[in-house]
Design a protein around this ligand. Structure first.
Ligand SMILES: Nc1ncnc2c1ncn2[C@@H]1O[C@H](COP(=O)(O)OP(=O)(O)OP(=O)(O)O)[C@@H](O)[C@H]1O
Length: 607
């Protein structure tokens, strides 16, 4: 991989002098490759440090892998997501933002939902509206309110703008109450993390100058996914002097409109604000001729195949229903595996070089059962997900742990009280007579923990379950608990490796951001939504459920315009994940949850 010879155009970009540059190029053209090589070059020839931002932890890990592990790289490059970068600043400078101790991240959707519910119940006006709602409406109301709050933070809207926006006037009070509750818990949400650091940089010149001096170069992958807060954060960080910033991206791969992202920040604002020079790359190094022809046709593009000698396969198959579609996919997989070799594919065909993609997770239901029936190994690719415990004992540990490091965290305290169904979660006698008497072990584990004894205490805690010293647990319970402890231990080890200055609170926030969580190397066929597969590739790709209403999603079809365009981009991302073979399928009818079959037509994207 590292011996790849760059094309003349790619090399020219790698060798550019200081300045602001945008590489706007299509899928598979080597944008990430060029960015990586440029970072390597800067590390070798310049004294300055590089800040390399990615949108997911996974993309960050891959970038690190491509950069190698030399001391020089470790010392001179910070690779991370916007959130992890902001967290690292917040940890050092929370006092400047008015916090007396490091605020904690409420990362779970369920945390935010509970907070908004609390906010609703604090304002009679909202409480009245809410009480008049039922079932799905309740959820939709909370979702709408949370979405509004998120939008305010992402779009950097001031309170004045809020007031002038009559449609949103209603939620304005709720926003303030939500923020107050967060504050009283000494907590922040994901959007706050970016907003707070942006505010710090624009209001505090000495901090901003410090970071400008520290990071002489800024690099950003997948720049079409920028939202306003992220773009303005970068702008505030770079300042007016050293404008050494390179972004790479592809407007046709913009698929995060729902998060407030638009390629306008990359294509317009970045170019105007920085006097940026724009480069393009037109060759596709990833895909076979058939895949490129299909994706060019989809988008009206003219990407050139570098692998012109590799024909590849592109097929569209309509099946009777979802069950038949699943059987078709599994049969095809079996045949490919039996084949073992194909002239277009390097090495042996095995499960690991096959991926099945779909617009949404629910589309996988039939394929998943068919894979199971046929004993074909598979796994779901996960996104930016932090550690989640499966055993109740470790979930209880998690609550105690959060409260220990953030005593203001009333949200998780009340959840713990509810779970144990007791009012004093620190009274050992009461715990012993609670629903989960074994939580006493979670509590004493948390009580002993300090940043210096964590490794040792984790070992001791694990031993309790290995040696079956805790009453009332089945073997299955013990197995689950030990697996959870091992995951916690592995997160701790990663945190230790990545951080010189360690604190329990820093560790917990890193877990919340998913920075320390490296899902085990999973084997078998990859099942993934298109969003999660972004930036990745696979020799053989199946895209299932390409019927109108599913892909494109019916909501985008109803809305049309930009939303529908993003669906098309989504299909483009899906097509171009395939290096060699691309099999697309759709069911001609779908089973509705109420038991009827509904006819479906082929997606407009493959007609
Ligand atoms: N000059 C080159 N010679 C051979 N292979 C290359 C070259 N440049 C890139 N590649 C390979 O092509 C594939 C696509 O490269 P990369 O992931 O950098 O593209 P990208 O433009 O970031 O893609 P996307 O936007 O679709 O995620 C990778 O497997 C990469 O190693």
């Amino acid at each position: 991989m590292n011996n790849i010879e760059l094309s003349e155009n790619q090399q020219k970009i790698v060798d550019l002098d200081e300045g602001a540059y945008l590489v706007k190029a299509s899928a598979g053209s080597g944008k990430t490759r060029v960015l990586t090589e440029r970072i390597k070059r800067i590390v070798n020839i310049s004294k300055g440090k590089v800040l390399a931002i990615t949108f997911t932890n996974k993309a960050g890990e891959e970038l690190k892998e491509r950069l190698g592990t030399s001391e020089r790289v470790k010392e001179k490059v910070f690779v991370g997501t916007f959130h992890s970068f902001c967290q690292s600043i917040l940890e050092l400078r929370f006092k400047l933002l008015g916090y007396s101790s490091m605020p904690h991240i409420f990362e779970e959707d369920s945390d935010r939902i509970e907070l908004i519910e609390q906010a609703i119940f604090q304002v009679p006006y909202f409480q009245e509206i809410y009480s008049g709602l039922e079932g799905k409406q309740l959820f939709e109301y909370k979702y709408k309110a949370l979405n509004f709050i998120s939008q305010v933070k992402r779009e950097l809207i001031s309170p004045e703008e809020l007031i002038s926006n009559s449609e949103n006037e209603e939620f304005r009070n709720l926003y303030e109450v939500y923020q107050d509750i967060l504050e009283s818990n000494n907590a922040i949400d994901f959007d706050d993390l970016i907003l707070l650091i942006y505010q710090l940089l624009i209001n505090n010149d000495s901090v901003a100058n410090l970071y400008r001096k520290t990071y002489e170069y800024v690099c950003l992958d997948e720049a079409q996914d920028l939202n306003k807060a992220q773009y303005y954060l970068l702008k505030a960080l770079v300042g007016n002097e050293n404008k050494n910033i390179m972004m790479v991206g592809d407007p046709n791969q913009a698929i995060y409109l729902f998060n407030g992202s638009t390629s306008d920040y990359m294509e317009n604002d970045f170019v105007e604000d920085f006097g940026t020079t724009v480069y393009t790359l037109t060759e596709n190094y990833r895909c076979s001729r058939s895949v490129i022809e299909a994706s060019n046709k989809l988008m009206g593009l003219q990407a050139e195949a570098v692998n012109y000698v590799i024909d590849g396969i592109f097929e569209i198959n309509g099946l009777l229903n979802e069950e038949e579609e699943a059987n078709f996919v599994v049969d095809k997989i079996k045949k490919l595996i039996e084949l073992k070799k194909h002239k277009d594919i390097e090495g042996e065909i095995n499960y690991d070089n096959i991926s099945i993609l779909a617009r949404n997770k629910y589309v996988f239901k039939n394929v998943e059962s068919s894979l199971k029936e046929n004993k074909i190994p598979y796994f779901y690719k996960s996104g930016n997900i932090g550690l989640k415990f499966s055993s109740t004992l470790m979930q209880i540990f998690d609550y105690y742990f959060r409260i220990k490091i953030n005593p203001s965290d009333k949200l998780h305290l009340s959840r713990l009280e509810k779970l144990l169904n007791i009012s004093d979660v620190y009274d050992e006698e009461i715990i012993k007579s609670s629903k989960f008497p074994e939580s006493i072990y979670s509590l004493s584990f948390v009580n002993t923990l300090t940043i210096d004894n964590l490794s040792l205490e984790i070992k001791k805690f694990r031993k309790l379950f290995e040696e079956n010293k805790v009453d009332g647990l089945t073997d299955d319970d013990r197995k689950l608990i030990i697996e959870d402890i091992d995951e916690f231990d592995s997160n701790w080890k990663t945190y230790q490796m990545k951080n010189q200055k360690r604190t329990l609170s820093g560790f917990k926030n890193s877990i919340s951001l998913g920075i320390t969580n490296h899902p085990k190397n999973e084997n078998g066929i990859t099942l993934s939504t298109v969003h999660t597969m972004k930036g990745q590739e696979s020799d053989i790709v199946f895209i299932i459920g390409m019927d109108e209403g599913t892909f494109p999603d019916y909501r985008a079809v109803n809305k049309g315009g930009l939303e529908l365009q993003q669906e098309k981009n989504n299909a483009y991302v899906a097509f171009t994940r395939s290096k060699r073979f691309l099999f697309i399928s759709y069911p001609k009818q779908r089973l509705m949850p109420w038991g009827d079959f509904k006819p479906r037509s082929i997606s407009r994207f493959i007609k």
